[in-house]
Design a binder for this molecule. Sequence first.
Ligand SMILES: Nc1ncnc2c1ncn2[C@@H]1O[C@H](COP(=O)(O)OP(=O)(O)O)[C@@H](O)[C@H]1O
Ligand SMILES: O=c1ccn([C@@H]2O[C@H](COP(=O)(O)O)[C@@H](O)[C@H]2O)c(=O)[nH]1
Length: 205
Amino acid sequence: MPLIIAIAGASGSGKSLFTENLLKEFAQEGKSVQVLREDHYYRAQDHLPMEEREKNNYDHPRAFEHELLLEHLETLKRGEAIDYPSYCYKTHTRMKETQRLESAPVIIVEGIMLLASPELQPMYNVKIFVDTPLDICLLRRIMRDIAERGRTLESVAKQYEETVKPMYHQFIAPSRFTADVIITQGGENHIALDVLKSHIKQRLL
Ligand SMILES: Nc1ncnc2c1ncn2[C@@H]1O[C@H](COP(=O)(O)OP(=O)(O)O)[C@@H](O)[C@H]1O
Ligand SMILES: O=c1ccn([C@@H]2O[C@H](COP(=O)(O)O)[C@@H](O)[C@H]2O)c(=O)[nH]1
């Protein structure tokens, strides 16, 4: 049965980079791994005007269609394929295209609310929390959101004050206590990558 690894942490903590690096480690050994991003499960908002979408709280567990994510994890665990959704941060809604994604011996799922949602917890075999100081996360987020997500400095700052920071303290920070492993130094922690790789290899034997 596939092993499901959840990687959670604040926005900008280094989850995606850590996931990419873990993926590279497995690719070098010819191991098949699939990655799911919780962000792809943000709810569709085609029915809302743009001003409404811009005001939404994207840092609350309700913003995600966790029911669909749970169904997809169960399907992958049975060894079956899913139709993986996609999401656009610039228009704040789901895209029409889905991607057929086959199951694999290792499934990595990465996102901010993964450990804060009790209904998803039983699906995970390994729970990881990337723990990075919030000031560093904010600096990274400012740079990334302006460069890649069509945002202005003012909009990033406003959203951070109104939702990102308070929701972090309400949902994400407490969820770190449910983790099996807490990773410091973000996506480039090579010792953590090595330890995790050995653990996963052992469990796959
Ligand atoms: N340890 C690190 N050192 C330097 N830059 C990092 C580190 N971890 C992540 N980054 C960079 O910070 C930004 C946000 O990281 P990312 O992995 O996308 O965060 P998340 O997925 O948690 O939102 C990216 O540009 C990434 O390359
Ligand atoms: O339409 C959207 C959807 C999400 N966000 C923000 O994205 C982050 C989560 O993504 P990371 O890759 O983990 O940073 C979350 O904090 C949301 O605020 C958005 O701004 N707009």
